[in-house]
Design a protein around this ligand. Sequence first.
Ligand SMILES: [Zn+2]
Length: 301
Amino acid sequence: MEQRQNERVGSVCSDISFSTHSGYYPMIEEPVEKAAQLISRADALLIGAGAGMGVDSGLPDFRGPQGFWSAYPPYERMGLDFVSLANPRWFAEDPELAWGFYGHRMGLYRRTNPHEGFDILRRWASRRPLGGFVFTSNVDGHFQRAGFSTERVVEVHGSFAGMQCIRDCGIGIFPGAPIEVAIEPTTMKAIRPLPACPECGALARPNILMFNDWGWDSERADLQHRNMAQWLESVAGARLVVVECGAGQAIPTVRINSERTVRLCGGTLIRINPREADVPRGHISLPVGALAGLRLLDGRL
Ligand SMILES: [Zn+2]
């Protein structure tokens, strides 16, 4: 999956070599001050976000099977972890199981409000002369909910905003907004009727990239990638800052995009992450949660 995404990071920069290295700051005061100065002087802001961004809104981050199972005890009884469930095979083999899993997440994301950190980022981006752009692996649509234009967001793993037909009848991606799914909580199985394609009546699935997912319709994400590439071209030579929040190493798509962007397009990466805050040499590491880090920085601007 990562390989697929890596190939798309943007047409602006062509180098593909990549190295990780730690430049960890034991004290946070100095990097916070430095990061705040960089943000205040930046012409453009690229925002990277991973699962850790949603944790401060109250969303589970599914770290490890125990974290996932404590959120969803029925799956522990079934012996199914997050990776086993996030697989398109269930839409064919057990649609109630598939929609129980995805329908619950869809409902949870809709009921949850994005935290104040989203507003902070939107405000920062709106005050930069060349604006901002978001690159997120989250599928919850929370950046758009917080007021970011959908033309300025890459949802690299897709979004619940879109649905697709598992028969691939030609309808393409259709809106997910009207779809609601009732779930039996003791089994986590969806209750029929299940979401259906409005064109052919076959089962619908979310337009979200799953594991071993060869049927994902990437048209929407491809357009978003082209938008980002254009934006990066428009900010070439400008002072770019990348603020990355809660993007971990388990599926490092967002981290790779952040590091590659600053390496190839210039600028500084500010990585906010309580557990995996290592950054390439010369960049800034803030080993705190997303909301705490954003508030700290906002207080200095
Ligand atoms: Zn269809």
